[in-house]
Design a protein around this ligand. Structure first.
Ligand SMILES: Cc1cc2nc3c(=O)[nH]c(=O)nc-3n(C[C@H](O)[C@H](O)[C@H](O)COP(=O)(O)OP(=O)(O)OC[C@H]3O[C@@H](n4cnc5c(N)ncnc54)[C@H](O)[C@@H]3O)c2cc1C
Length: 306
């Protein structure tokens, strides 16, 4: 039986792996379909401490992987497809392989929702983004748009309005899901212009990346092209918690509920990173939670006398 199994190799999972390995537990880490996590889909990271110039996301995650392996973690390139957390021995399956563990750390992240437009993947990090806190700085003094009508979109727009020359807030309806207070804040901001009822039907690009968008009026179906430097999706995230849901409590959006830092409702199961964090969703906060989860996991093992 394994002592510590970690699910996910983003910043949370790999940091948990480094701490668990250095505590002498030889953790096994399951990578899933996206080894290295979300940062492998982006170019320049400028806000992860320790680097005086930007580091490409894939490079940062390759370094974290190497560090985790160097201190004794084993990475397995498989996906957890089923779990049974009904007994003290925690059981998971990676396809047909049965895994038994004393402790599981879930760090499966949350995937940003997008419109899945043609060329979107190609333009991600080249004008298209899912995170204003991460990428807003690259659009200082530029004209950008945010898609969405909830609190996430208002937050993204307000954050960008502090940096950019103009922010268009594009929403497919005239009504908004956002809370009154957030909506009013965005409406009152002199740099934010609302564009409703519109959606984006096409991403326009040149050799440098995104150059604009084609907007479609959702009522009269007319369309227009708008030149833009950046486009931000503010339409929420899907936490990757489905496989754990039969046993692990989540909130209404699917984020794993944690108490006392990283403990879930099942003893011995901890959660770290974006999967348990509907608020910050940053690499450094995910890594911080990974550290907390590993320390709590090792303490749990000691307390159980395993
Ligand atoms: C385009 C983009 C740019 C970003 N830029 C920045 C930035 O500049 N700075 C910053 O701080 N943050 C940035 N972020 C946010 C940052 O990437 C996340 O906050 C961070 O990656 C969260 O780490 P995590 O470990 O919680 O999850 P993730 O990085 O999402 O990793 C999840 C891991 O879980 C695995 N997994 C999922 N399901 C399973 C399963 N069933 N079985 C096994 N494994 C599974 C995945 O394969 C993956 O390895 C950006 C995000 C995106 C999308």
């Amino acid at each position: 039986m394994k002592k510590i199994t970690i699910v996910g190799t983003g910043p949370a999972g790999l940091t948990a792996a480094i701490y668990a390995a250095r505590a002498g537990f030889k953790p096994t880490v399951y990578a899933g379909l996206q080894h290295g996590g979300q940062l492998t889909t982006t170019t320049d990271i400028e806000n992860f401490p320790g680097f005086s110039s930007a580091i490409p996301g894939p490079e940062l995650m390759a370094a974290m992987t190497k560090q985790a392996e160097h201190v004794g973690a084993t990475i397995i390139y498989d996906t957890i497809t089923k779990v049974d957390f009904s007994q003290k021995t925690l059981v998971m399956w990676a396809e047909n392989t049965r895994i038994e563990s004393s402790v599981v750390i879930i760090s499966t992240g949350a995937t940003a929702k997008t419109l899945a437009l043609p060329d979107e993947a190609k333009l991600m990090g080249r004008g298209v983004s899912t995170c204003a806190t991460c990428d807003g700085f690259f659009f200082k003094g530029k004209r950008v748009a945010v898609i969405g009508g909830g609190d996430s979109a208002m937050e993204e727009a307000l954050y960008l309005a502090n940096l950019c020359s103009e922010v268009l807030l594009i929403h497919r309806r005239g009504e908004f899901r956002a809370s009154k207070i957030m909506l009013e804040r965005a409406e009152k901001h002199p740099k934010i212009t609302f564009k409703t009822p519109y959606t984006v039907s096409k991403l326009l690009a040149d050799a440098a990346g995104l150059s604009g968008i084609r907007c479609l009026n959702t009522v009269d179906e007319s369309s227009e092209d708008l030149p833009l430097d950046g486009l931000f999706y503010g339409i929420g995230h899907t936490p990757n918690s489905e496989v754990f849901k039969p046993y692990i409590a989540t909130d209404d959006h699917g984020y794993i509920r944690v108490h006392d830092y990283t403990k879930t409702n099942v003893p011995g199961v901890f959660a770290a990173g974006d999967i348990a964090d509907p608020v910050f969703k940053q690499a450094v906060t995910a890594a911080g939670m990974g550290c907390q989860a590993a320390i709590q996991a090792t303490k749990y093992i000691e307390e159980q006398g395993h």
